[in-house]
Design a protein around this ligand. Structure first.
Ligand SMILES: NC(=O)c1ccc[n+]([C@@H]2O[C@H](COP(=O)([O-])OP(=O)(O)OC[C@H]3O[C@@H](n4cnc5c(N)ncnc54)[C@H](O)[C@@H]3O)[C@@H](O)[C@H]2O)c1
Length: 339
């Protein structure tokens, strides 16, 4: 074979490999490290057994689905949120579908905004189970309103619940993990902690703040390699987050159940979270395309990201003003093509 032919064949192979990778990327629903960990990494079924896992926001959406999947792994669970009845419903389902017994699940009502209660709650968990191996900071509230229209009280509430509440609970649990030199702190952040988008100024600020805090905490815990800090950043996932989103006033939530067909299945998001937990990944991005590409653009080509975000942003505001879900109408077209 001549050298020329060999080089042509080599170029063709490289091109084919690139096309295959591109096609894979178009179907990816997590960042490359996370998907690698799913393929080759530690399995949650081996890594997360016999642990005490405390999940906030366990009464709905991502937190609820996560505890169902955890209840099949043989862990002890602490379910926290504000509504006891909802937590009892979730506990019942855990017992019906999982391998846990009643004594393995503690219902612990908790309001993230009521910071003075966090120390007592932490003591209650330690009293019940003697340890806390994993804290999943999942509870949170979103926002749909323009900056010009939004009362400062809304921003205050978002920072109280999403940021200060989460930081407060983490600070209560941290001394225990430091004493044991062991633990995992998982915080459900958001794409809004990486990128920016109209209608979510306060939410975006609270999630950016969380990312800054937990990235700093990780550097401070460098002398404790047994304590790991993970930021989980989902894109749109099916849940009640938009329905419960705050609007211009702190007393007013969006209230309507918008079309969620363009969003990722909650079960898939929870499974990828378990992979991140089992493999101690520092930050993971969980989203279907085209949302996933937006995170890559913001991270690696911010000039293009700004250009695209301002184009999409205009449509997002138009949708919101005409009462349609901010994202569904245009991303649904992409999704239909690829389903
Ligand atoms: N669903 C998405 O598209 C999406 C995307 C990115 C990030 N997230 C994040 O995922 C996490 C879970 O949200 P979700 O999508 O499951 O929404 P959800 O509304 O279904 O669940 C939110 C949970 O947080 C709890 N919560 C709210 N305020 C609280 C408070 N003051 N004290 C204690 N608990 C409180 C709720 O009771 C509920 O259990 C949130 O942190 C959210 O920011 C969601």
């Amino acid at each position: 074979m001549s050298w020329e032919l060999f080089l042509w064949l080599l170029a063709l192979c490289v091109l084919l490999a690139l096309v295959v990778q591109l096609l894979r990327f178009l179907r990816a629903d997590g960042d490359l490290t996370l998907l690698w960990a799913e393929w080759q990494g530690r399995r949650p079924e081996w890594e997360l057994t016999d642990m005490v896992v405390w999940v906030t926001g366990a009464s709905s959406g991502i937190g609820e689905e996560l505890v169902y999947q955890l209840s099949k792994l043989g862990v002890s669970l602490v379910l926290s949120a504000r509504r006891v009845q909802e937590l009892e419903r979730v506990k019942r389902r855990c017992l019906e579908n999982g391998i846990l017994k009643g004594k393995d699940i503690l219902i612990l009502p908790l309001d993230l905004a009521n910071r003075s209660s966090h120390e007592v709650a932490t003591k209650a968990v330690l009293q019940e189970f003697g340890k806390i191996d994993i804290l999943v900071n999942n509870g949170g509230v979103s926002q749909r309103s323009l900056c010009v229209d939004t009362s400062l009280d809304v921003y205050k509430e978002l920072m109280e619940v999403n940021y200060l509440g989460t930081v407060s609970l983490t600070k209560c649990v941290l001394p225990h993990m430091i004493e044991k030199k062991q633990g995992k702190i998982i915080t459900v952040n958001s794409f809004m902690g990486i990128i920016a988008a109209p209608l979510s100024g306060g939410y975006c600020a609270s999630k950016h703040a969380l990312r800054g805090f937990f990235n700093t905490l990780r550097t401070e815990l460098a002398t404790y390699p047994g304590i790991t800090v993970s930021n989980v950043c989902p894109g749109p996932v099916k849940s009640n987050i938009v329905k419960n989103a705050l609007t211009e006033e702190v007393t007013k939530t969006l209230g309507s159940d918008a079309d969620q067909s363009h969003k990722m299945a909650t079960s898939r998001c929870a499974r990828l979270m378990l992979i991140a937990m089992a493999n101690d990944l520092k930050e993971v991005w969980i989203a279907e395309q085209p949302f996933l590409s937006m995170a890559y653009l913001w991270q690696y080509i911010p000039t293009w990201a700004w250009w695209l975000t301002s184009k999409i942003g205009k449509k997002r505001i138009e949708n919101f003003k005409s009462g349609v879900d901010a994202d569904s109408s245009y991303f649904k077209i992409w999704k239909k093509k690829h389903d």
